[in-house]
Design a protein around this ligand. Structure first.
Ligand SMILES: Nc1ncnc2c1ncn2[C@@H]1O[C@H](COP(=O)(O)OP(=O)(O)OP(=O)(O)O)[C@@H](O)[C@H]1O
Ligand SMILES: [Mg+2]
Length: 354
């Protein structure tokens, strides 16, 4: 029996939704009182390229909405278990940022939520693409950088307090910890990174043999698991940003937690590196973020994020390469060891001297 089959068998009363089952979705939404009188569903389709959840675009005779259901598995790989309560933390994030317009205005509105059915009903921002094209040849422009930086600085400053236990999100943090700090550097992880770039596994071995580097990864992993002073988005990368007429929008805060603001900032910077953006983008981003941050901590979170996107399970749509990934890995190793933020944009220009 698969994980999916056994959960369904164990929870026969749970409203397991499927895109093709419009009647089932209709019954569920009516039972929750989420459809207005006279409102009926016209179509239900997958909303986009998500992995974790069942994320649907539900079009009715009156409107279009996004319906997101968390299941106790990863939707795209239903043999992998996932924390079932994750939608609760995502719901709390949307509710918490209501008092921070610079954050809430850059996200869809949360229209309804139900903890028993593990459902969120969100404003549909339209069929806009996410920012994955940054890994191809697109560029992040100044107004987008300013909006994203304002989003992050407001989120961090506006939530700074003792860690709020309502955002502990321990299980999701434990899952992410494995995927960021453990699996990519495990010798027996079963991943064939040479398929992305010939010779990359040798580079990975070099990292594993570097005791100083490994010690830094361990320390950063401990910090990630410890609570910190601000509410974080927790997954601040181009896959969580949508192109929108009214400016960039941010979605999917299911990995949110109280942690180091440097984690969100570091992940963002990591993806600026991975997307091979100009030096000016790094500088604009750092200049636009108005909060105080520890630059060595930020660059070390960035370093580990670069590494895990090259060696781990959550790969990015970067074409098969011949040296690009090795250079990025070497850059991230150097960034981790030195803690110098400039390494993120100036390493290539002086690395040949080393
Ligand atoms: N409010 C929204 N408006 C329009 N499209 C949306 C909205 N929310 C989600 N989508 C679409 O659905 C996709 C998946 O959404 P989301 O990232 O929230 O799901 P997920 O299952 O958590 O995905 P992932 O595994 O990538 O974390 C998005 O990339 C986007 O294309
Ligand atoms: Mg997600």
């Amino acid at each position: 029996m698969t994980l999916r089959e056994s959960h369904i068998a164990d929870n026969p009363e749970f409203p397991w939704l499927e895109a093709a089952d419009v009647d089932g979705i209709s019954t569920c939404l009516n039972a929750l009182g989420w459809l207005e009188s006279g409102e009926r569903i016209v179509t239900c389709d997958k909303a986009g390229e998500g992995n974790m959840n069942l994320t649907l675009r539900v079009v009715t005779n009156l409107r279009s909405v996004i319906l997101k259901q968390a299941r106790p598995w990863v939707e795209k790989y239903d043999t992998i278990p996932a924390p079932w309560d994750r939608c609760l933390f995502e719901q709390r994030f949307y509710e918490r940022v209501q008092v921070l317009p610079a954050v809430a205005d850059h996200m869809p509105k949360l229209l309804a939520a139900d903890g028993d059915a593990k459902l969120l009903l969100l404003e549909d921002l339209g069929e806009a693409a996410d920012y994955t094209d940054l890994y191809a040849d697109a560029a992040l422009h100044e107004p987008e950088i300013a909006a994203l930086a304002k989003y992050l600085s407001t989120l961090h400053a506006g939530t700074r307090s003792e860690p709020d236990p309502a955002f502990a999100n321990r299980e999701m943090r434990a899952l992410n910890y494995e995927h960021i700090f453990v699996i990519p550097l495990a010798t027996d992880n079963g991943l064939d990174v040479d398929a992305f770039e010939p010779g990359l596994s040798e580079m990975a071995d070099k990292l594993r043999d570097d005791a100083e580097y490994m010690e830094w990864v361990r320390k950063m992993g401990d910090r990630y698991l410890a609570d910190g002073p601000c509410l974080l988005h927790g997954d601040f990368f181009p896959g969580s940003w949508l192109y929108h007429d009214g400016g960039v929008k941010v979605i999917d805060p299911e990995f949110c937690f109280y942690g180091d603001p440097e984690f969100d900032l570091g992940v963002w910077l990591a993806h600026i590196c991975l997307a091979d953006q100009d030096e000016s983008v790094f500088k604009e981003l750092i200049g636009a973020y108005s909060g105080v941050f520890d630059s060595a901590l930020t660059v070390r979170y960035a370093a580990v994020e670069i590494m895990r996107r090259l060696l781990g399970v959550a790969q990015l749509p970067i074409p098969v390469s011949d040296g690009t990934r090795s250079r990025l890995l070497e850059k991230s190793r150097h960034a981790m060891i030195t803690g110098e933020i400039e390494v993120l944009w100036s390493f290539d220009s002086y690395s040949h001297l080393r």
